[in-house]
Design a protein around this ligand. Structure first.
Ligand SMILES: Cc1cc2nc3c(=O)[nH]c(=O)nc-3n(C[C@H](O)[C@H](O)[C@H](O)COP(=O)(O)OP(=O)(O)OC[C@H]3O[C@@H](n4cnc5c(N)ncnc54)[C@H](O)[C@@H]3O)c2cc1C
Length: 308
């Protein structure tokens, strides 16, 4: 247990948090990053990133975040492996407590705690995550070449994942609890025209089925919510695409969150309504792209530095 004081505390070690740390270190600000439970952020789960500028060839998300981490370390950024559990944003300096029993006092804060995948919440789903249940077609779709898979959801993400998977797999079933998609019209048109894709409207997943030793998905049990009739679809992969939720619960009582739970910042700024508190990356930006998070992190650092 220790007490840390800084001019800038950065919560999160994804692209937003690390980039903010790099800018603060180069400006000579007394800053530190609290990395959180997922050091490197969401991108470490991606097998291939090819849209982050500066890399002519694709690299894994883990490799990319390792490089950014090393760049931060080389510039002298102080990174603490801990997670903030409680914040007091009523007065400056702000005080934060952590899971590790540490106390962080800081004149300014950048919240870069990102977003998490929404899961269905079935015990059988949790059991097979990483063994046939995935949240990312671009990361794991390749492993299902020539097989049959299911995508759960009806928004842009579900439709995109289904279209992407159709390039690799023999068959994609979309399971959607309603009778229409929320996805963009053009995406829906592509989906309806794709002969590899079959849609199960008004259906929910009741169970993910699979084998033990080694854990492996063999199918899903779905149920029509209108007729209450169940059926089993034999699939090797299940892609859950029902959305993300920003990691903002801790800030709810202090900051304005939008209907999706994202932190609302001032127009064209990373500043929140509390002076000295800034937000960057997926925590306030539903675009969920690493380069956007990194750009927001840089901006938040510059705005925080100016405020000190
Ligand atoms: C599987 C997958 C593949 C992807 N592929 C791509 C891609 O190819 N290209 C692309 O541009 N984007 C991709 N993305 C999106 C990209 O990963 C995110 O947009 C980006 O990581 C957001 O960065 P961030 O720094 O805002 O948040 P995150 O990366 O979510 O990082 C959040 C950080 O906050 C920390 N944290 C959370 N709570 C606390 C707390 N209480 N205290 C301290 N720290 C905390 C976490 O440990 C983590 O380090 C992908 C995402 C996923 C899941």
């Amino acid at each position: 247990m220790a007490e840390y004081t800084s001019d800038l505390l950065i919560m999160g070690s994804g692209p937003a948090g690390y980039t903010a740390g790099i800018y603060a270190a180069r400006a000579g600000i007394k800053s530190l990053i609290v990395a959180g439970a997922q050091k490197g952020g969401q991108l470490i789960r991606s097998s291939e990133v090819e849209n982050y500028p500066g890399f002519a060839d694709p690299l894994s998300g883990f490799e990319l975040m390792e490089k950014i981490h090393q760049q931060a370390v080389n510039l002298g950024v102080k990174i603490i492996d801990d997670e903030i559990t409680e914040v007091d944003l009523y007065d400056q300096p702000f005080v934060c407590n952590s899971a590790g029993g540490n106390v962080f006092t800081s004149r300014s804060i950048i919240i870069a705690t990102g977003a998490s995948v929404k899961w269905l919440g079935l015990p059988s789903e949790q059991k097979y995550i990483g063994h046939g249940v995935s949240s990312c077609a671009t990361c794991d779709g390749f492993f299902y070449r020539g097989k049959e898979v299911a995508v759960i959801g009806g928004g842009n993400s579900a439709v995109e994942q289904a279209l992407y998977l159709a390039n690799y797999v023999d068959k994609v079933y979309i399971i959607h609890r309603r009778h229409s998609f929320n996805a963009e019209r053009i995406m829906q048109k592509r989906l309806f025209e794709n002969r590899k894709i079959t849609i199960f409207w008004n259906n929910v997943v009741d169970e993910v089925l699979g084998k033990e030793n080694p854990l492996e998905v063999t199918g899903i049990k779905i149920r029509n919510v209108k007729s209450d009739r169940s059926r089993i679809l034999e699939v090797a992969g299940v892609f859950v695409a029902i959305g993300h939720h920003p990691n903002t619960e801790m800030f709810r009582k202090y900051l304005h969150l939008d209907h999706g739970g994202y932190i609302v910042t001032k127009p064209s700024s990373t500043a929140t309504e509390i002076e000295g508190v800034f937000a960057a990356g997926d925590v306030c930006n539903p675009y969920r792209q690493a380069i956007i998070a990194a750009g927001c992190g840089a901006r938040a650092a510059l705005e925080a530095i100016r405020s000190l």
